[in-house]
Design a protein around this ligand. Sequence first.
Ligand code: HEM
Length: 393
Amino acid sequence: MRSISIAVAFAIGRSTFDAGGFSGRRARPSRMDPNGPRITYAGYLRLNELLGLQAGPDGHLPVPCADEQHFIVVHQTYELWFKQVLTELDASVRLLGQPSVPEGDIPRVVRHLERVSEIFRLLSAQWKVMETLAPQEFLAFRDRLGTSSGFESWQMRALELTLGLSDEQRVEGADPIGHLRRLHSVGDMSDAALADLEARVDGTSLHDVLLAWLGRTPIDGSLADAEGDGAVVAAFVDGHLAAMRSHADEVIARMVAVGQGEPEALERRMSAGVDGAATFLRPEGSIDRARAGLLFIESHRHLPLLAWPRRLIDTVVEVEQSMLAFRHAHARMVERMIGRRMGTGGSAGVDYLDATTRYRIFTELWAVRTMLVKEARLPQPRDAAFYGFAGSD
Ligand code: HEM
């Protein structure tokens, strides 16, 4: 039996465990050096600057009332977490965007993305703190906000872009990036913030690098650049579609037998599912190898070699789900706070926010679920030993 490691199978390089080594560290001056400056808690965290930033638009401390300070603190903590999310996403894109991803880097990407999910979960819960502000208490200082709105949060736009949200996927008529460019043109946004955003508009997203990486999935033991790969992948796709078709026939027969539904209507619905899968896998008539790779991983989840790839896919789905939960919870908090009135940013308010909860960036990861067939009904993966533990024979 052939043995192979994840590194070889995904056409990737040597393990990174030996890259830095524990012994290769350069000596750094110790913070405890008796001649060095003393590091205090406040100094390390720059608390004096941080705690001086809650003065509100007028810049006077203390801010007028506890309610408004609370409003500012809640917003600032969100922005701090957005900053951390961006750092985690940038690291993920860097790692997964390598032309060949070392095997030890997939768990690293998973760790970064797990942190993103946890942050969004925390942020979903944090709307509860905002809800301790009663609508009347908010109205007392709402006019001071002017036209400012979370719609102008460039970090939110940066993280949407880094995940891979495109302009076409946004709510019709919403142009937050154009709005930020206009703010910059009148001096209300810094050059550095706009430059960072523009780099992300033109840059590579997590969605891009994930698809490129999925495109290199070994399918039925065949590597993407191997001779004859096209035929192996086509056979896999056809086998899967045939399994879907035979499953559809069985479902129709079972439902008709118990008198549940008209045969023609059932046939139409089930065929639409199979046709949809065929179009998904061959969008322009030829096979999309990233989608086929995704289907292979999702179909044969138990194969040891696929353990980290499927964990990565699950984690990306989790990131998107936790972000949607965050959007949804924001909309409910806003509905409770201002009802159906217009937002300070001029949008339709809650209706706009609810529309953003329909965003899906990783559409392929969601779509593939519709076309899964239980493994017992699928053709056995060709060359299953290929996906065994490294070192097994
Ligand atoms: C009383 C509290 C809040 C109210 C009433 C509120 C209301 C709204 C409304 C109505 C919008 C739609 C755009 C507009 O017309 O203004 C919006 C967008 C947004 N808000 Fe809030 N918000 C509140 C607190 C927060 C907080 C604490 C954050 C944290 C940063 C936040 C972040 C956002 C973001 C990122 C958007 C843009 C959403 C998108 O376009 O996808 N909001 N908010």
